[in-house]
Design a protein around this ligand. Structure first.
Ligand SMILES: [Cu+2]
Length: 165
C-alpha cells in the first residue's frame, strides 16, 4: 500500500519537474507583419517538450518550417508541410535549431521569420543561493522557487521509493 502510494506520488510529480511551456509567438501581437521575432525569441528558453504557437488570421499568413539557408534567403520551396489553421501548435521534439517563415507574398522578406534554438529538456537547476537575491527579479525568482519546490517533492518521492525497495 505504501509502495503504491509512493509510486503514485512519483508519477504525479514527474510532469511537474519537466514543466513544458507553450510559447505564443509574438505574445499578444501573434504572427504578423511588423513584429521583430528575433527580438521576441532572444530572451526565451526553448526546451524539448515545449510548444510554440502561431496565432494569426487564417488566410492572411501561414507557417512553414524551413532549413537555415532557406530561412536566410526566404526560400519558400521547403519540403515540410505548410501550416495554415491560424492557431498552429508545433511541439518541439528535438534539440537544435529551428527556422519558420511565413510563405505568403514577401512577408518573410519583411521580417515574418522566426529562428529558435531548442535545448534539451530542463535539467533542474541548483537552488538559488539565499544571499544572491538582488530583489529586482521577483517574477523569475518565484518561478525558480516553485520549480525547485516541485523538484524537491519529486526527489523525496523517488527517494521514498528507493527506501521501500
Ligand atoms: Cu505572413
Amino acid at each position: 500500500m505504501a509502495l503504491k502510494l509512493a509510486l503514485f506520488i512519483a508519477m504525479a510529480t514527474v510532469p511537474a519537474i519537466v514543466g513544458a511551456t507553450d510559447f505564443i509567438v509574438g505574445d499578444e501581437d501573434g504572427w504578423k507583419l511588423g513584429v521583430n521575432y528575433t527580438e521576441w525569441a532572444e530572451d526565451k528558453d526553448f526546451r524539448v517538450g515545449d510548444r510554440i504557437v502561431f496565432n494569426y488570421v487564417k488566410g492572411k499568413h501561414n507557417v512553414l518550417s524551413v532549413s537555415g539557408p532557406a530561412f536566410h534567403s526566404c526560400n519558400k520551396t521547403a519540403s515540410s508541410q505548410l501550416l495554415t489553421t491560424g492557431n498552429d501548435k508545433i511541439e518541439l521534439t528535438k534539440a537544435g535549431r529551428k527556422w519558420y517563415i511565413c510563405a505568403i507574398g514577401d512577408h518573410c522578406d519583411k521580417g515574418m521569420k522566426l529562428f529558435i534554438d531548442v535545448d534539451e529538456a530542463e535539467v533542474p537547476a541548483p537552488a538559488p543561493s539565499p544571499t544572491g537575491g538582488n530583489g529586482n527579479s521577483g517574477n523569475s525568482a518565484n518561478i525558480i522557487a516553485s520549480f525547485t519546490c516541485s523538484y524537491l517533492v519529486g526527489l523525496a518521492a523517488i527517494w521514498a521509493m528507493v527506501i521501500m525497495f
